[in-house]
Write a protein that binds this ligand. Sequence first.
Ligand code: NAD
Length: 534
Amino acid sequence: MDTTSTRSESRAKLPPRITESLINRLTAMVTAGQAGEPREPYEMIEVYTGDIVGELPQSSPEDVEKAVATARAAQREWADWPLEKRLAVFERAHELILTEIETLATLIQIGCGKSRRMAIEEVCDTPMVIAHYLKTARKVLKSKRRTGPMPIITSSTEEHRPKGVVAVIAPWNFPFAISMSDSTPALIAGNGVVMKPDNKTALCTLYGIELLHKAGMPRGLVQVVCGGGPDVGPALIDNVDFVMFTGSTATGRVIGEQAGRNLIGCSLELGGKNPMIVLDDTNLDEAIPSAIFAVYGNSGQACMHIERIYVHERIHDEFLRRFVAAAKELGDKAGATYDFGPEFGSLVSVDHMNRVAAHVDEARAKGATVHTGGKARPDIGPAFYEPTVLTGVTPEMEHATKETFGPVVAIYKFDDEAEAIRLANATTYGLNASVWGGDLDRARRVAERLEAGSVNINDGFVTTYAAKGTPSGGVKQSGVGTRHGAAGLLKYTDTINIGVQKKQILAARSGMPYEKQLKSTLVTLRLMKKLRMG
Ligand code: NAD
């Protein structure tokens, strides 16, 4: 297809730093067209206009095998580098990412259509993760000597070795943060990485990898393959040693099954239907703006964003009135530009917008009330949808328990705290939850009963997500495994136990009758327990 005229029109709308040569340089980094049947390239579009911005090469299964083999060859040398030398690459990468934040934010916006503020905040995630592991990786990865079964004479050492090559499969909603922040600990631990970004949002990831190269990362160690998930996914999972997947629960199940068949580990960060409980002693001046961000940040396309709010009946009407007014005001600040003007951005695509709209339309048709929003805004851009507030959502409606993943929230009234907790837990998901209240002890007691991997008190989701030292992930159908903290680094390693016996004392002693040996064994076991040995 001839896209020349469309491209030159769209180019006029893109910031000048996004040149055709930049896009060509980035897309040339994809391992594609080198082996197997050549694939049709994917036409990347600027979400704000629907215009084509470039073509993304698509990888065949043979390309994927080649990418993994290249990463594997480079990984052997990388793993031999002293940890200090690997960390020095990330010291430089941290600075380069901050220096290039404007270009990265623009590339994110092109593919996602999110607001400038959200794109900037997304970029900041990776330097935060890098800084955390620069501080902690030496201690976490250090070999630890433990007591052996018999003190002094035996020892056991816990060692952490890189798994080999890790697949990092990322979604489109935080495409830079997820691909780069999840790759960071894998690389620091000494692994190679093959990334599989979403086709719609690959440019920002490719730019991030270019920055890693500038920071001194050996060529070949990080590879990028692109394509439809079911096209490249199986070859990827069949060739790597670990899979780090972020995306929907449905895809996570497919990935988990394949990883299980191959007997390799995987970490799955999946979807949510996140609840917020607003207790009757909540300060609404603080809760309303925070809840607006928790619901509509990234236009509702954040895995941890809030889709259900349960408000105590004493403050429900005031909460609803003020929340609806604030949602309307936010909708008035929607816009399709690459500056800080608009506070509310687009959805990622017209297809996705139609899925979001279908949840709202179904709820409305079955009797829910739409207090504000509930319509697309093609006057702003092809995939804009208004911030929407529903009440009267009942369990048979899709929006009640299925992830909508858009700027839509249902508000419910409760009078009994236990009932609010029961309703908050009444989905198959368990990613994030939020509790608001003036009495922190009471809010904490509620938090302890919520089934979610992250629970934020007096916040929507930022407090837990930004705490890079604490592992977080989903429970129930929202995930397997965690990211961040020591666990987020150690999952990319095999733990090896090296035991040393300085003198042969554990084996059966020749010539000694077994009854006698048994007696001495029992005495030893009792003594060891008494002395807290072992
Ligand atoms: P998705 O599952 O459709 O796709 C995610 C990625 O997996 C994409 O790169 C896709 O191409 C790839 N993929 C699809 N099928 C595959 C297969 N068979 N093998 C290998 N790869 C495959 O999800 P999405 O629509 O891109 O993202 C939105 C979802 O991600 C939402 O459910 C959201 O809640 C979830 N999410 C979760 C987190 C988290 O940390 N828990 C963070 C962001 C997004």
